[in-house]
Design a protein around this ligand. Structure first.
Ligand code: AMP
Length: 397
């Protein structure tokens, strides 16, 4: 089955056409600057990227251009649109309503709209993509895959905040967690690679990208994760502060004469390793600047790794031990210095790294020695493939 995977943002749309049987990517691409001017980068598998600059006034036009590119005589990969049998959409917030992927119906759309209060930047944008596809591909089944779904197995002791209970009852203020599609995909692969029995296993997944989160997985289920009501909680990230003393918000608002919204913008867009270093949100730049003696860049990298190690430690306590740990996403897959710095804190777990850690880039491999008491792996995440798998499974039923 050929599945179109769509990941829609407010002015962007990423896509992959995946053959769910062979699990190969037939084409991938990205529409940017939707509603501004418009750029479509389309890459048929095994060929160079084609850049098209036709206007993209809205998401419906973007989808129609993507479909035209996929069926184009010269650089298309399918003969006709009938070959697309299903569309899988990445949806962000499913609240407490969605604990797994679902076939998208009018009722599902209404429920996702209800969750929009919890993700005002993300949910409306993803629904625009759903509606655009429905308008252009009527009758093609669509599936929604939520970032929050995997974490719905967290127990109340992990998801409740220490605030009046009525906030949970009235407004559903609780921890939800994100990156669920990635944490689930990588934890399943980690079980396979480390030969773990998912009826009795304890693993920790470190998804370290521009957004970063860590999940404790017990017997294949998420039991705790570092992001919360929003993706701002937890680790320090590229531009997000991660967890901090909530008192800072009022203090900074007074000192800098900022509104609540302005402080939240600073915490989301101007903080994290970018804010701390004043250099970049990108770890390639930070590691380089640290090498050249930039003190702020060094502090940012060290603070990031320290927090990752502390979070792993807290999850070892929550799980009462750990069998295996995986690193994934942009930094986790590619940055050997970050993995090394984090694992240096894990000596108490008997973790020792192989030299191979230093050479590796984005490959699936064990990086701990055979004698290491806890197995440590690098496992590239593949959220698009995970979405295509769920979509094919639900549509075939
Ligand atoms: P993601 O959000 O998973 O796409 O990760 C993006 C982030 O990964 C970038 O902002 C960089 O900080 C980091 N990254 C990507 N490639 C490398 C690399 N080769 N070395 C270090 N960090 C990298």
């Amino acid at each position: 089955m050929k599945v179109l995977v769509v990941n829609c943002g407010s002015s962007s749309l990423k896509y992959q056409l995946i053959d769910s049987k062979s699990e190969s990517v037939l084409a991938s691409g990205l529409c940017e600057r939707i509603g501004i001017d418009g750029v479509l980068n389309h890459t048929p598998a095994g060929h160079d990227k084609i850049v098209m600059t036709d206007p993209l006034p809205d998401h419906q036009t973007a989808i129609s251009k993507v479909l035209a590119a996929l069926t184009d005589k010269e650089y298309g990969v399918i003969a006709s649109l009938d070959q697309i049998e299903a569309v899988g959409h990445r949806l962000v917030h499913g609240g407490e309503k969605f604990a797994s992927s679902v076939v998208i119906t009018d009722e599902v759309i209404a429920e996702v709209e209800k969750c929009s209060d919890l993700a005002p930047l993300h949910n409306p944008a993803t629904l625009i993509g759903v509606r655009a596809c429905q308008a252009i591909m009527p009758g093609v089944p669509m599936v929604g895959v939520f970032d929050t779904a995997f974490h719905q197995t967290m127990p109340p002791k992990a998801y409740l905040y220490g605030v009046p209970h009525e906030y949970y009852e009235k407004y559903k203020v609780r921890r939800y967690g994100f990156h669920g599609t990635s944490h689930k995909f990588v934890s399943q692969r980690l079980h396979e690679l480390a030969g773990l029995d998912s009826s009795d296993s304890r693993v920790i997944i470190c998804h370290l990208g521009n957004g970063a989160s860590i999940t404790a997985v017990r017997n294949g289920q998420s039991v705790d994760t570092s992001m919360g009501l929003t993706p701002l909680e937890g680790l320090m990230m590229g531009t997000r502060s991660g967890s901090l003393d909530p008192g800072i918000i009022e203090y900074i608002a007074h000192k800098e004469n900022l509104t609540l919204e302005e402080v939240m913008r600073v915490l989301n867009k101007e903080s994290g390793v970018l804010g701390l270093s004043g250099v970049s949100s990108d770890f390639r730049d930070l590691i380089e600047a640290r090498k050249h003696g930039n003190k702020h860049a060094a502090d940012a990298v060290e603070a990031f790794c320290y927090r990752v190690a502390k979070k792993i430690g807290s999850y070892v306590a929550a799980l009462n031990g750990v069998d295996a740990i995986a690193f994934t996403a942009g930094i986790g897959e590619n940055s050997a210095p970050v993995r090394k710095m984090v694992c240096e804190y894990l000596g108490y777990l008997g973790v020792t790294l192989l030299e191979a850690n230093n050479e590796l880039r984005g490959k699936e491999v064990r990086i701990s020695t055979a004698s290491s008491k806890v197995a440590v792996y690098v496992i590239p995440t593949n959220e698009e493939l995970a979405i295509a798998r769920d979509t094919a499974a639900l549509v075939k039923r």
